[in-house]
Design a protein around this ligand. Structure first.
Ligand SMILES: NC(=O)c1ccc[n+]([C@@H]2O[C@H](COP(=O)([O-])OP(=O)(O)OC[C@H]3O[C@@H](n4cnc5c(N)ncnc54)[C@H](O)[C@@H]3O)[C@@H](O)[C@H]2O)c1
Length: 311
């Protein structure tokens, strides 16, 4: 029996394959794009496209897949205001993810972990001045958040109608080399000596999590015999942009950071989250925010052939 990681060439997938493998689990890596770094020879890599149900069923049966992490998605490009290929995004994000659920059902998979997002929530004002929990209403404003909310709704129907065990995980902004969203424009640019671009104004808050902490949680949620819930917020530290910029200034004192022209710019989704469900059930230990940022910087610098930072 093996754990299938779909989206294994991406930021989370690469780290999840490593974490599962080093924790002693049999893993199959799969992506439509080839791995960007050499993979462990003990971990098979299969090139497949989630828009192809036949490829997914074949893969799951051949490798006797018992658990799946469904990470494959069009995310970063979809968040750009210039993005226009809505047909392709829908084919992957809606039909493709539903193919994964269908193939899992047809292949008798034990558990499917669906990577959702905190972008499925509405703006913070909707919930008041308190951290948002798993039980709060979803009210996404972005097309990305709406697609993820639809994925969750379809997954719930697969669970109810077909008895497939689905675990929905809602991560916040993930720090790690290869991010396709705002941490790349802020942290990755700074790490190699370019001007860092803060996504939001200094008072706006977002939640950050190190990819290593996230994949530790995902590994537990994939492989534990039973789970207490079907939905988990996978969030780390609630920080304001000013707090994050201060951490970056301490780690990279020569770095230059620009805020957006409109200082009121803030995420379209809630800004403060409660991660106590995962922390209590999994005994999840998170590294401090400063350590998460440093790991991201050093990961980017290693890939660029630069020395780690002194700290
Ligand atoms: N990065 C974040 O901050 C963040 C935050 C919340 C949720 N998420 C979610 O977590 C998951 C992983 O995020 P990530 O940052 O690793 O994303 P990523 O963009 O780095 O990786 C996604 C992977 O999906 C693959 N993919 C795209 N189309 C495919 C297809 N047709 N068939 C097979 N694979 C395909 C891509 O090649 C890529 O390797 C995504 O579902 C994302 O929406 C990410």
């Amino acid at each position: 029996m093996s754990v299938l990681v779909l989206g294994s060439s991406g930021l989370v997938g690469r780290e999840l394959v490593r974490t599962l493998h080093t924790s002693g689990h049999r893993v199959v890596a799969c992506d439509v794009a080839p791995p960007i770094e050499p993979t462990d020879p003990e971990v098979p890599f299969v090139r497949a496209d989630i828009t192809r149900l036949d490829q997914l069923v074949d893969l799951m049966r051949t490798h006797e897949v018992s658990e799946i992490a469904c990470l494959s998605y069009v995310m970063g490009p979809l968040m750009s205001p210039d993005f226009s290929d809505f047909l392709m995004a829908t084919q992957i994000n809606v039909t493709g993810v539903t193919n994964v659920l269908e193939a899992a059902r047809l292949s008798g998979v034990r558990r499917l972990l669906l990577a959702s997002t905190v972008g499925t929530y509405g703006p913070q004002e909707l919930y008041g001045d308190r951290p948002v929990t798993e039980d709060d209403l979803l009210a996404p404003r972005s097309m990305y958040g709406r697609m993820k909310a639809l994925n969750e709704a379809i997954a719930d129907r697969y669970a109810a109608v077909h008895g497939l065990e689905v675990v929905k995980v809602r991560p916040s902004s993930i720090l790690g080399p290869g991010s396709t969203i705002w941490p790349s424009r802020l942290i990755e640019r700074l790490a190699v000596g370019e001007t860092g671009l803060a996504p939001y104004g200094p008072d706006a808050r977002d939640n950050i999590i190190a990819v290593q902490d996230l994949t530790h949680l995902l590994t537990e949620l994939l492989t534990r015999p039973t789970l207490g819930h079907d939905t988990y917020l996978a969030c780390g530290h609630n920080v304001s942009m000013a707090e994050l910029v201060k951490i970056l200034g301490e780690l990279l004192p020569d770095g230059v950071i620009e805020y957006p022209a409109d200082p009121r710019r803030a995420p379209s989704y809630a800004q403060v989250f409660d991660n106590s469900r995962a922390v209590a059930e999994i005994d999840w230990k998170l590294r401090p925010a400063r350590e998460a940022v440093r790991l991201h910087i050093d990961g980017v610098r290693r890939e660029a052939g630069l020395e780690p930072i002194a700290w």
